[in-house]
Design a protein around this ligand. Structure first.
Ligand SMILES: C[S@@+](CC[C@H](N)C(=O)[O-])C[C@H]1O[C@@H](n2cnc3c(N)ncnc32)[C@H](O)[C@@H]1O
Length: 254
């Protein structure tokens, strides 16, 4: 199982719901022709392309070289670069920073917010969606308990799922005024069939089991699936207990 090495084939093939839900957040962003916009953690570029379709001047950055190679292949006419959200700088001041399904992967939120603040023009907006407080709680609990009982060592949780209060306070601390914040339950159907949850675990929960042997990993996944089946599986569909947070904030004028 991959750690946080992004498997672009599995991502594009089985997890397109990630960027499909992100399309709603582009409405909140409301990109305008000619605006300079950054797609932070652009993955394989599908939402970068949607933003570009509004005739905004968009650039996508991502820490994963594999994701950027695939994004460039998918959309050769767009700008993409490998860069880390915790330490990027840009020459062109931005009208907006957009980010979908990225920020819960980064455990140093203030480093990211600081970079975003520096990159925006005064009055520029930051619009993001990512995992919020108690996101995938049942899956997380099943993984943690199963690993604890297995004797294979403790789980390494890769996610940061803040509450509205926590995250908006960080934005305010860094000179961004919050104009919209919404945390909500979004039960999310995974790819249909029995493989829905195992494939989701392979794609997104690799770091929980990265230190295990292939056999141990298989055993853990089977136990997690058995534990969660009565709760998250119905009529041939696995449903993940996502809780996204959507945020819009504006860089203060002074
Ligand atoms: C679930 S994907 C979402 C991709 C895209 N935004 C979408 O909606 O399809 C998460 C992305 O966050 C990127 N990512 C994780 N940590 C990052 C960091 N520190 N800096 C930049 N990108 C990061 C990953 O490489 C991955 O492409």
């Amino acid at each position: 199982m991959a750690k946080n090495n992004w498997n672009t084939v599995l991502y594009e093939g089985k997890h397109e719901f990630v960027w499909k839900y992100g399309e709603e957040v582009i409405e909140l962003l409301a990109p305008q022709p000619g605006e300079y916009i950054l797609d932070l953690g652009c993955g394989t570029g599908q939402l970068t392309d949607k933003i570009a379709a509004t005739r905004a001047k968009v650039t996508g950055i991502d820490r994963s070289k594999e994701m950027i190679i695939k994004a460039k292949k998918n959309y050769p006419q767009l700008n993409f670069a490998v860069a880390d959200a915790t330490k990027f700088t840009l020459e062109q001041p931005l009208d907006a920073v957009f980010s979908n399904a990225v920020l819960h992967w980064i455990k140093r939120p203030e480093a990211v917010i600081n970079c975003i603040q520096q990159a925006l023009k005064p009055g520029g907006r930051f619009v993001a969606q990512f995992g919020g407080k108690d996101g995938v709680k049942q899956i997380l609990q099943a993984l943690t308990e199963t690993l604890a009982n297995s004797g294979y060592g403790v789980a390494t949780n890769p996610w940061y799922f803040p509450s509205i209060g926590e995250y908006t306070s960080l934005l305010e601390k860094h000179g961004l005024e919050v104009t919209y914040a919404h945390l909500f339950d979004r039960p999310t159907p995974l790819e249909s069939g029995d493989a829905g949850l195992p494939n989701w675990l392979k794609m997104f929960a690799g770091s929980f089991v990265s230190r295990l042997s292939t056999e141990e990993e298989k055993e853990i996944i089977e136990q997690v699936v058995t534990k969660l089946k009565p709760i998250l599986y119905s009529d041939g569909i696995w449903t993940a207990d996502y809780r996204p947070i959507r945020i819009m904030a504006v860089k203060c004028l002074n």
